[in-house]
Each structure stands twice: as structure tokens, then as C-alpha cells.
Design a protein around this ligand. Structure first.
Ligand code: COA
Length: 165
């Protein structure tokens, strides 16, 4: 049986924390779907296509094995439904702090109710537990150095976006 997982998120933009989780997930599953999910409660800086493209570029830049990866977006509908349709048994979620668990636990339980999909929590790498997409955007917009938190591809795209605004 093929072991398939979905790694969902806003990824606005993906950080080195996200990419670390993704790299480790490729070692555990035969197929990992990176799913950029539209979250109506957030106003993203990048379109879904831009976010997906930055992840692909970052995967290449970091030398992550691309063969188990599939890339997709979910503009509407349930994550559990996407998992069901694609035969995925697991959702991958990274957790950084205890706060993440409080937020993630109810979602994992509801997703399991909806389709039986399991959520696998992976601890973020030491040293990246405090990084979030919002903090990266804030530091970048105020002229700070974000090279510790994102790939060169993401840093470049953020600079372009901020210069255009
Ligand atoms: N490294 C760095 N940052 C991380 C991280 C890591 N390893 N893990 C989480 N984060 C940060 C993200 O950067 C993001 O930061 P931000 O708030 O500053 O943008 C934050 O944690 C939230 O993570 P994210 O993966 O973007 O989750 P989200 O809450 O935006 O999205 C979905 C959660 C998309 C998976 C969820 O809303 C969903 O499933 N939606 C589909 C609809 C659905 O099925 N709803 C029912 C759910 S039960």
C-alpha cells in the first residue's frame, strides 16, 4: 500500500521551518501533497499560485527530494475531503509551541470525524520554533534581514513584492 500524506497550510510564505517539516515528511511517506490552502480569515500577501511557486523553488534550492512531492492548492472545500479524494491517510502538521497544539488539536479531531484521516504532528527543528510567516513578513516590510528564516527564492520574491507596493 502506498502511504500518502497531505501537508496543508497557508504558506504565506513558507519558511525554513515549514520546509524542514516537509523534508522530514518525504522520508516517512511515499507521496506527500503540499497543499496551499486558502484561509478566509487571513489576508495573504501572495496569491496561491505565487505561494506554491515559491515552495517549488525552495524545494529545488534546498535539494529536497522532489519525487515523492505533489503540489496543489485548495481554494474552497474541506481539507478532509481533499485527503479522502486523494487516498491520503495522514495530514502532516508542524508544531512549534504548546500554543500550536491547543489550536491544532480540535482541527485534528474534526478532520478525523469527517473522513477518518489521522493528523501526524512533527516537532519543529530546534532554533526555528519561534518563526512564523507573519513575523517574517513584518521583519521584511520593516527592512530587516530574513535570510535566517526563508530561502533565497522567498527572500527575493518578498523584496520584489515590497518594492512593487
Ligand atoms: N514553521 C514556521 N511557521 C509555522 C510552522 C513551522 N513549522 N508551523 C506552523 N507555522 C505558522 C505559519 O507560519 C502560520 O503563521 P501565520 O499565522 O503567521 O501566518 C501559522 O503557524 C499557521 O499555520 P498554517 O499552516 O498557515 O495554518 P493556518 O491556520 O493558516 O491554516 C489550515 C490551517 C489551512 C490547514 C486549515 O484552516 C484548514 O484545514 N482549512 C481548510 C478548510 C477546512 O477543512 N476546515 C475545517 C478544519 S477542521
Amino acid at each position: 500500500m502506498k502511504h500518502i500524506a497531505v501537508y496543508p497550510g497557508s504558506f504565506d510564505p513558507a519558511t525554513l521551518g515549514h520546509l524542514g517539516i516537509l523534508k522530514r515528511a518525504t522520508k516517512l511517506f511515499d507521496e506527500v501533497h503540499v497543499l496551499v490552502v486558502h484561509n478566509p480569515s487571513k489576508k495573504p500577501m501572495f496569491s496561491s499560485a505565487e505561494r506554491l511557486n515559491m515552495i517549488k523553488q525552495s524545494v529545488r534550492e534546498l535539494g529536497i527530494d522532489i519525487s515523492p512531492l505533489r503540489f496543489s492548492t485548495l481554494e474552497s472545500g474541506l481539507l478532509a475531503e481533499y485527503a479522502d479524494i486523494h487516498g491520503a491517510h495522514a495530514l502532516i502538521k508542524g508544531f512549534r509551541t504548546v500554543g500550536d497544539i491547543e489550536y491544532e488539536l480540535p482541527m485534528s479531531q474534526v478532520n478525523n470525524d469527517l473522513s477518518g484521516v489521522e493528523t501526524i504532528f512533527m516537532a519543529s527543528e530546534p532554533g526555528l520554533g519561534y518563526v512564523s510567516s507573519s513575523l517574517v513578513k513584518e521583519v521584511s516590510s520593516l527592512g530587516g534581514d530574513i535570510s535566517k528564516y526563508v530561502t533565497k527564492a522567498v527572500a527575493e520574491k518578498m523584496r520584489e513584492k515590497l518594492d512593487a507596493d
